[in-house]
Design a protein. Structure first.
Length: 202
C-alpha cells in the first residue's frame, strides 16, 4: 500500500503540469546544423497506440462463473524498446501470485497458466476465479510518458488482490524512469514531507 500511494502521489504531481497532448515534432533535439535528428523526432513525436485484448476462459468449464482472463494493454508503433518494457512490467504484475503451472513468462503464457491452475482446482468455477488487467495512458509531459497499469486477481476468499503501478518512460533517452528520476535534485525531503501529509489525510 505504501508504494502504491507513492506512485499515485508522484503521478498526481506530474499531472498538474500535463497538457495530455503529444509533443510537436519541431521540439525535437537539433543537431549542429540546426536540423532535427531523426531518432529524436521519432522518439518524441506523435505516439500511435496499438490496443491489445486477450480474453480467455476455461474451455472445460460448463458452469456459471467459469474462470476467466481479461487483459487489455497498449503498445506503440515504432517503439520496440518501450513496448518491451511495457509488456515486461505487465507480465511482472501478473506473475506476482503465480501458481504451479509452467509458463514462458509472456502475457499469453501467464494467462494460460492461470487457467491451467484453475482447471486443477475443483472449486475454481464455483469461486469465480478471474485475472484482469488494463493499461491506459495517464499523461504525457514533453518527452515523459506515464502509463497506469491495473491488475486484479481473484482465486477465492473474501476478496481479490488489486494492484496499481505507474510506468514512466523517457522517450528521448528510451529508458524507464524510477521515482527518484522524476524529482528535482535536492527535492526528495520535500517530496516525502508532502507524501506524509497527503497520507495522513487519505
Amino acid at each position: 500500500m505504501r508504494m502504491t500511494f507513492v506512485f499515485l502521489l508522484a503521478a498526481a504531481l506530474l499531472a498538474g503540469c500535463d497538457n495530455n497532448q503529444d509533443t510537436d515534432p519541431s521540439a525535437a533535439k537539433q543537431d549542429a546544423a540546426g536540423q532535427q535528428t531523426g531518432s529524436a523526432q521519432e522518439n518524441t513525436g506523435e505516439l500511435v497506440r496499438i490496443l491489445h485484448n486477450l480474453e480467455k476462459t476455461d474451455e472445460q468449464c460448463q458452469k456459471d462463473g467459469c474462470p476467466r482472463v481479461e487483459l487489455q494493454w497498449i503498445t506503440f508503433e515504432n517503439q520496440p524498446a518501450l513496448n518491451k518494457a511495457i509488456t515486461t512490467q505487465l507480465a511482472g504484475m501478473l506473475v506476482q501470485n503465480e501458481g504451479s503451472s509452467p509458463h514462458d513468462g509472456t502475457i499469453e503464457g501467464l494467462a494460460d497458466a492461470f487457467l491451467a491452475d484453475a482447471s486443477d482446482m475443483a472449486m475454481a468455477s464455483e469461486q469465480g476465479w478471474e485475472l484482469t488487467a488494463s493499461i491506459r495512458r495517464q499523461n504525457r509531459r514533453g518527452g515523459l510518458l506515464t502509463l497506469r497499469m491495473d491488475s486484479y486477481e481473484y482465486t477465492g476468499g473474501a476478496h481479490g488482490l488489486p494492484n496499481v503501478q505507474y510506468f514512466h518512460w523517457d522517450l528521448a533517452r528510451q529508458q524507464k524512469l524510477a521515482l527518484a528520476d522524476l524529482l528535482e535534485p535536492g527535492q526528495q525531503a520535500t517530496f516525502w514531507k508532502l507524501a506524509r501529509s497527503r497520507h495522513e489525510h487519505w
